[in-house]
Design a protein around this ligand. Sequence first.
Ligand code: AHR
Length: 491
Amino acid sequence: MARFVINAFNRKSKISKEIYGHFSEHLGRCIYEGIYVGENSPIPNVNGMRKDVIQVLKKLKISVLRWPGGCFADEYHWMDGIGPKENRKKMINTHWGGVLEDNSFGTDEFMELCRQLDCEPYVNGNLGSGTVEEMQNWVEYMTFDGISPMADLRKSNGHEKPYRLKYFAVGNENWGCGGNMRPEYYADLYRRYQTYVRSYGANKIYRIACGPNSGDYEWTDTVVKQAGKFMHGISLHYYTVTGDWGKKGSATQFTEDDWYKTLRKTLVMEQLVTGHSQIMDRYDPEKRIGLIVDEWGIWHDVEPGTNPGFLYQQNTLRDALVAGINLNIFNKHSSRVTMANIAQIVNVLQAVILTEGDKMVLTPTYHVFDMYKQHQEAELLESYIETTPVGSDSNTVPNLHESVSLSSDGKLHITVCNLSLTDSCRVDTYITGFKAKNGVGRILTGAMADHNTFEAPEMIKLVSFDNFSVTEDGLTFEIPARSVISLTLEQ
Ligand code: AHR
């Protein structure tokens, strides 16, 4: 039995909807095939975007989509991807698989994708190999309403009105694939480049600096100290890797110990967000600057027989737990974490959708986003759950992991993960400041390596969860082993 305490009187911070953001890179079959098939494809599409994919993504209420990378961003020259498609430059995607990039998906297509998804575009600029002028022109092309060379160019490409663009990042992983820079050097470059990332008219740009690689606290300290006043956000990248970068491990073939190891390494996100937030607090106690976790998720070895540069991996119940834990962490840190983007949306790393030709499957991670979407824009409530250590000696994790919020329609949302492979747990919940009358629940559970395939697309799916009862004190429920549940209560 575990006690779970929720204090609805203590509303801690707003859970920004952008925490439920996604990432789409010109990598493998993410953009091409996964989302964009072109207007002439036999796969049903609207302006080149797959109808089936857009339809299921809309259900998730995707708040923000990051593009065009990733490492690709610091090699991307946006002018190659505008204008008549037959004139667009063909090039090799040197970073990802050495395949042809025909630039048929560029800025205007990305904006069309965001329009169809009804989400905020988040564009990642090229600081590593691009010029200041190029970055300045890109922002002018996208957002300037009036007469100017770039606005005129956009109009001549058939887009009379400027786009609304809020989020713009000045470089990606500039400590690595984005130029192998030292933090002092990047901070100076950031100050210079961001000067020309202009806000035109009512379009106010939220400028995001390149942040650290996982636990590189020196990077955060230097960049925020030297350039903090010029940024609205700073990124953080952390991937869960079960093994090591040389042998990460299979997505579907793993042991019970691997299960716990994966979840232990996922929980490192809590330390990272706490550690980087503490550094930011030194320079920005008002929490003006957001911590933008714009790459997170699990990184496995690629599926056997697929292009190693395409990062295509399957997705099991274990990955669903990875998603649930990370999202609970972001919710709990929503006073500082204002955006997060899982890597990546379709066919790459911890994708929510996998495609093969005209077929599509939803992954367990998709279902977690579906359950957790209730937290978007809700207020985080103070909560605490008693836990018991589970796992092996070297890979011990708490059995339960949760977060709770209250939305503006007065509903209380609880999400809980049970990390134990073997034991269910009865949870007695004590709620103050909210008198629950009734509720609805959903659950994702199965065997540890259950996953959806094109042959068996519903091996693992969301079902309703009714093993709970409203009590005098709040609520009692029994959460099965290996599961993620969501409960929405009304008073
Ligand atoms: O998401 C895949 C890659 O991981 C991104 O391109 C890069 O930013 C990170 O290293």
